[in-house]
Design a protein around this ligand. Structure first.
Ligand SMILES: *Cc1c(COP(=O)(O)O)cnc(C)c1O
Length: 387
């Protein structure tokens, strides 16, 4: 073996922990059917118009993509009523988040600010770059203390990350609070940008008007020192194709296109995204289903003895009540029966579980299985008491 060494940031890295895959669990437990409610994917699958576009364009897979993805940028600019020169497109919004850190923060000198817990890509990619991460704990109810967050900002802060609605809690701050945060950040640290990660924004609120009530972007009120990231992975049903976008200050968007790898978004992903934007029936069905099932699942989980946080996203954060079973035991018992949910040890929340909203049938099957699991765990506990 040749001797080699990696950079210390890489040697020390705790990698991103993804949800388990269906195939992995099928093989491990010899199961026919596995239901995955772990990665906040679209319960209705791939939009039909996107699947058709992928088939139609398959023969063009031998060509390089057109640089700058101009057709998709134009469609997104129209959707959000902004200039197309402000749109950045990436291989998932993950790529954009990573690029922002690499473009703006100087290793060993600058820092980023975010909450704890938060979407782990922000701290992980900063760690890889050798950029200091300054973190403010969430309030006990998972709401945001923006005053405390601002207190972590220094003259070396280049990016402040917030997720609205938040992952893993589903909490969504009022948009006036986000606007006030941006204004105070501009006054305190003119060199810093506020990153508003709106991966789940279209699920916000109880009805179709929710996005407009919660999003600065949807109201054309995006401040100059803020940017919004969105994704095709959730409500648009294209997680496996890897495509996301952001609305940025124009100058930064131009630097993004210069610095990004030239062909990181592949031709089929771009065609599928264009088709997904046209597939309004699919998207409306998704949003209606998620809102209806979110209400129902919240109530049923509470009936079964879980604390469930009010969610504005396509998942629920919950925790067995104090006299209930261990969260990890619940997760493992469900896994054996073919239901993958998300334990939150990697978010430092070992007593909590995150459950993605599935179809009505998946949720029914999940709830029935959960009832069995709770009964079994309860019996085991009583047995343990006796002996
Ligand atoms: C799912 C998710 C994203 C989207 O990631 P992609 O790379 O676009 O798939 C971004 N931010 C948060 C908080 C998420 O949960």
């Amino acid at each position: 073996m040749p001797s080699f060494s990696v950079r210390p940031e890489i040697a020390a890295l705790s990698p991103y922990v993804p949800g388990m895959s269906i195939e992995e669990i099928r093989q491990r437990y010899q199961l026919e059917n596995v239901v995955k409610l772990a990665s906040n994917e679209n319960p209705l699958g791939t939009p039909p118009l996107a699947a058709e576009a992928i088939r139609r364009c398959a023969a063009g897979a031998f060509r390089y993509p057109q640089s700058g993805n101009p057709r998709l940028a134009a469609a997104l600019a129209e959707l959000h009523h902004v200039d197309a020169r402000r749109i950045a497109i990436g291989n998932g919004s993950d790529e954009i988040l990573d690029m922002l850190i690499r473009m703006l923060a100087e290793p060993g000198r600058d820092n980023i600010v975010c909450f704890r817990p938060c979407f782990s890509i922000y701290p992980i990619q900063s760690n890889i770059c050798g950029v200091e991460v300054r973190r403010q704990s969430l309030n006990g109810d998972f709401s945001f203390d923006f005053d405390a967050l601002l207190n972590l900002v220094t003259d070396r802060t280049r990016l402040v990350f917030i997720t609205t609605p938040d992952n893993p809690s589903g909490y969504c701050p009022p948009r006036a609070d986000v606007a006030a945060l941006a204004a105070r950040l501009a006054a305190r640290a003119p060199q810093a940008l506020l990153v508003i990660d709106e991966a789940y924004m279209d699920f916000a609120g109880d009805d179709a008007d929710g996005e407009r009530r919660f999003s600065l972007l949807a109201n054309s009120e995006l401040p100059n020192n803020a940017l919004v990231c969105r994704t095709f992975s959730k409500s648009y049903g294209l997680a496996g194709l890897r495509i996301g976008y952001a609305v940025l200050p124009e100058e930064l968007a131009q630097y993004y296109w210069r610095a990004r790898l030239p062909f990181s978004v592949n031709v089929l992903a771009e065609e599928a995204a264009l088709a997904a934007l046209r597939d309004t029936a699919f998207r409306e069905a998704t949003l209606t289903l998620v809102r209806t099932e979110r209400r129902r699942l919240t109530e049923r989980l509470r009936d079964l003895g879980f604390s469930v946080w009010p969610s504005h996203a396509n998942f629920l954060l919950c925790r067995p009540d104090d006299d209930g079973p261990d969260a990890k035991a619940c997760f493992e018992a469900l896994l054996k029966r073919g239901f993958i949910i998300r334990p939150l040890g990697s978010y430092q929340l070992p007593d909590h579980l995150r459950i993605s909203i599935g179809t009505k049938e998946e949720n029914d099957a999940f709830l029935a299985t959960l009832e069995d699991v709770l009964r079994e765990l309860d019996t085991n506990e009583h047995r343990a008491d006796v002996f």
